[in-house]
Ligand binder design. Structure first.
Ligand code: MN
Length: 457
């Protein structure tokens, strides 16, 4: 089953009893976030009544790894391979002349009042769009990039957007800026679940030369259709709920933040970030506003599942016999990874650890890599801890890498002297742990074998 839009996925979740309708009235300021947190990791929510708006808010659609797997029509252990395959095999997207996202073309643009955009956390700078994906085109090649970024509503037609260094969107913007031009963008809110997940793909697995709408289309088996935006040169999924069109303004930066981030701490102090000037808005009749609560399980999975694919793709180049990479929910699907392999050589685990930490966007936050054998389920925390308990000798099996670049980890910020932080750099100590059965004494191999009950589990 492939879900062509958000609505069909919501129907699916509803049919499985995993969409909770909330009838009580909630405020955009903290009220939406309270309900999102209440059902975090459990079920999707549909907030019918948001004070001051007649547009419902939906969140937590990816409340579990299983929900993501259902959206992609795969089982949990096939997700990475499916994503890697799509990244390598983009499929041209069909362009149509019109469709649902054009049902309403707004006459006036007022982001302060049009949509129930929430303020999530106590110290957030304000109301943020967190579930929208940004579609932008390389001004020279026309290749399209999809990405997530937090977007602060700063005025009726003004958005502050946080874009990280080295990231594709910033590179596209700086390319346009060098020519004195704005970068056209469309922020689409409430797309189909697959395109939404594609928005989370790290830069390494889908380089700038690859069109990300085509990667989304590949994941959707060719079901994606796009339509030209009204006021900017960007194509948008025709079944999106809402499209906000605008231009990233050259040579302008304003302070943005603080913002309660995926890491469950505030990203602060505010930094200078680009501005989007909104040029137009279109949406479906009775649109649904899709939100994503930062630091929710949904936020972790959106960031984590595409990163797992990126890391698996990369680590397999060093150690082809790696089967799975799992970024654990307890570490925000960013900081801790479990690598499962069929060990062929005693040096394979350390090789895999070094490859996992090879600098890239997906490994930036990574701080601990645990390598396990293929009799251990890398997605089962109990099984992984058992492997650590029974197969690790810490002095031999621990790889310590000090002074590695990172970003949001508070302990790294604390550890890095301010003289270094002032230069825009943060470092941390990263570790790898080999929790595989040692090959040194083959005669002891049976000591490590799990006990079994014949014909039992
Ligand atoms: Mn990209």
């Amino acid at each position: 089953m492939s879900f062509k839009d958000l609505r069909s996925f919501l129907e699916f979740l509803d049919s499985r009893g995993r969409l909770i309708r909330i009838h009580e009235e909630v405020e955009p300021k903290f009220g939406i976030a309270r309900i999102e947190r209440k059902y975090d990791g459990q079920a999707a929510i549909w907030l019918e009544r948001v004070k001051g708006y007649d547009i419902p808010v939906v969140a937590n659609i990816f409340h579990s790894r299983q929900a993501v797997a259902e959206a992609l029509g795969a089982n949990i252990k096939e997700l990475s391979e499916k994503i890697i395959k799509a990244a390598r095999n983009p499929v041209k997207v069909k362009e149509v002349n019109s469709g649902p996202v054009k049902e309403v073309i707004a006459n006036e643009v007022d982001l302060m009042n049009m949509f129930p955009i929430p303020m999530h956390f106590e110290k957030d700078a304000g109301y943020y769009i967190t579930g929208g994906i940004i579609i932008a085109k390389d001004i020279e090649t026309g290749v399209r990039n999809l990405s997530f970024a937090r977007m602060w509503i700063k005025g009726k037609r003004k958005i502050g957007i946080m874009v990280n260094h080295y990231r594709h969107l910033l590179r596209l913007f700086e390319k346009a800026e060098k020519k004195g031009k704005p970068l056209d963008v469309a922020i689409v809110i409430g797309v189909d679940p697959i395109t939404w997940l594609e928005g989370g793909m790290p830069d390494r697995i889908v380089p700038l030369e690859i069109d990300e709408l085509e990667v989304a289309n590949s994941l959707m088996n060719g079901g994606l259709e796009v339509v030209k935006a009204e006021t900017v040169d960007v194509e948008i999924p025709v079944l999106a709920e809402i499209a906000i069109e605008g231009k990233m303004v050259p040579e302008e930066r304003e302070f943005e933040g603080p913002f309660g981030d995926y890491s469950q701490v505030y990203d602060t102090p505010p930094r200078k970030n680009p501005i989007i000037e909104v040029t137009g808005i279109t949406h479906r009749q009775n649109p649904i506003y899709l939100d994503c609560l930062p630091s929710s399980v949904e936020n972790f999975l959106l960031g984590g599942i595409p990163r797992e694919a990126d890391l698996l793709d990369h680590v397999k180049k060093a150690v082809p016999n790696v089967n799975h990479v799992h970024l654990t929910v307890g570490s925000c699907c960013r900081f801790h990874a479990v690598v499962q392999m069929e060990k062929k050589f005693e040096t394979d685990p350390h090789k895999a650890i070094i490859a996992m930490f090879s600098p890239s966007e997906a490994s930036r936050d990574l701080k601990l890599v645990i390598v396990v054998d293929n009799d251990i389920d890398p997605f089962d925390p109990k099984d992984v801890e058992w492997a650590i308990a029974t197969r690790t000798q810490w002095d031999l099996d621990l790889v310590v890498l000090p002074k590695m670049a990172t970003a949001l980890d508070p302990s790294a910020k604390w550890r890095t002297p301010s003289s270094i932080r002032d230069r825009g750099d943060i470092y941390t100590t990263k570790v790898g742990l080999d929790a595989t059965i040692p090959f040194e004494k083959p005669e002891l191999f049976e000591w490590f074998q799990k006990i079994r009950i014949p014909d039992g589990k």
